[in-house]
Design a protein around this ligand. Structure first.
Ligand code: ADP
Length: 397
């Protein structure tokens, strides 16, 4: 039987991640990253069979196209070309237009570009990746998988902001939510692990990476999520503030801050980095805490408290709860952060399973606690967004 590999591309404004995924089992055969696009030091690196290779991209401009052309050569030299059946693109914003994965044609590409108003950094970069891949792989079908699509099932009361309704009608201002592919994947995996039908499963999924979001899933569908109109909303993140009083923005502007300074601070100098004054990286926070760093301890406490508050509030849209699911770099690995979140949830009856919590790390899924009160478990499921992109692309072939 022939293989069914998908080239998964995640194109950013100055970088491009790629992977060749076996759509049957999710195995990543090659993974790679192009960085510093637009600069003279642009590079493309990849990992194949444990060996890392890095090459400079020796071209003055259009580093996306050059990187993808080089990937074509790589596919040929590794002998993957005959097994590649599709190219799957991760696209950040699908607005209200895209509620599931779609095959890309000219109309879809134009729609993605038209949505750039909602995701000015991400969608143009995604479109650039699509154009480059269409040129480099003219015979392969291409698919777009949207970060927002899974959340399009949210009811109007969950996605509507408490602001003038005309802002929604005029500009499309509403909650969209992101990380949808991850929330989708871990909820499906959890249902399998718990031997439940996904259509009858109620979960709170907690994706904690550099970006972080929580999602309430009722009968397998997203009914609320913490990121909003942009990925700045919701939880505290590596460098993003998450929710804050919008009055602070007016206050800082009146103090003479420029608009750019305010939003640069909220996006790039807040979260773990801002509160600790030290680092955006959770591992660095945990290490510094051990050596008594007060800012790191505060960052840990604010982060875990806020995650627990969101989890508590996401019981509201659910009738019952089967599991809280942790994922993302922090959710999959940090014993201490998960423990503190469960401790914060004691009123909901959650008790840590100490051995389970220690075992569910570094790629291992498992149960890390439970609540007799809610008849629910807390668990860890490593996410695999690339696998979803590969599977959904192949499903549409
Ligand atoms: P991204 O959102 O960029 O995909 P990841 O999901 O890879 O990010 O998560 C990155 C975060 O995971 C970082 O804060 C990192 O410190 C944290 N992380 C990774 N491994 C561990 C670990 N063993 N313990 C604690 N935190 C970890």
């Amino acid at each position: 039987m022939s293989n069914s590999y998908v080239l998964v591309i995640n194109s950013g404004s100055s970088s491009l991640k790629f992977a060749v995924i076996d759509s049957k089992n999710g195995e990543a055969l090659v993974t790679g990253l192009g960085e510093c696009f637009g600069l003279p030091e642009a590079v493309l690196g990849w990992k194949y069979q444990g060996k890392k290779t890095e090459e400079a991209i020796a071209a003055p401009d259009n580093h996306h196209q050059h990187a993808i052309n080089r990937i074509v050569g790589l596919m040929e030299s590794l002998g993957f070309t005959k097994d590649l059946v599709a190219v799957g693109h991760r696209i950040v914003h699908g607005g209200e237009k895209f509620t599931s994965t779609v095959r890309i044609n000219d109309e879809v590409l134009t729609e993605i570009e038209n949505l750039s108003d909602l995701a000015p950094l991400h969608n143009p970069a995604g479109a650039k990746g699509i154009r480059a891949a269409m040129q480099a792989f003219p015979s392969l079908p291409q698919f777009a998988v949207f970060d927002t699509a899974f959340h399009q099932t949210m009811p109007q009361k969950a996605f509507t902001g408490a602001i003038a309704h005309e802002l929604y009608e005029k500009y499309g201002i509403r909650r969209y939510g992101f990380h949808g592919t991850s929330h989708y994947f871990v909820s499906r995996e959890a249902a399998k692990m718990l031997n439940k039908s996904i259509d009858e499963s109620n979960f709170i999924t907690v994706h904690l990476g550099n970006g972080a979001s929580v999602c309430a899933i009722r009968d397998g569908k997203s009914v609320d999520t913490s990121m909003g109109f942009t990925p700045l909303a919701g939880l505290m993140m590596g460098t993003r503030s998450g929710d804050l009083d919008p009055g602070i923005i007016e206050f800082l502007l009146k103090k003479g801050w420029t608009q750019e300074e305010v939003f640069n601070t909220l996006n790039k100098k807040s979260g773990f980095l801002g509160v600790s004054g030290l680092t955006s990286d959770a591992r660095g926070i945990l290490e510094a805490m051990e050596s008594g760093h007060a800012g790191a301890k505060l960052a840990f406490e604010v982060f875990t408290y806020r995650v627990a508050k969101y989890i508590g509030s996401y019981l509201i849209p659910l009738d019952s709860l089967d599991a809280i699911i942790f994922t993302g770099g922090i959710g999959e690995n940090s014993l201490d952060i998960r423990r503190e979140i469960l401790t914060n949830l004691k009123l909901l009856g959650f008790v840590e399973d100490v051995e389970g919590n220690e075992a569910a790390r570094f790629g291992n899924a498992g149960i890390i606690g439970k609540s007799e009160l809610l008849n629910a478990v807390a668990m860890v499921i490593p996410t695999n967004e690339e696998f979803v992109i590969a599977q959904q692309s192949v499903a549409l072939l």
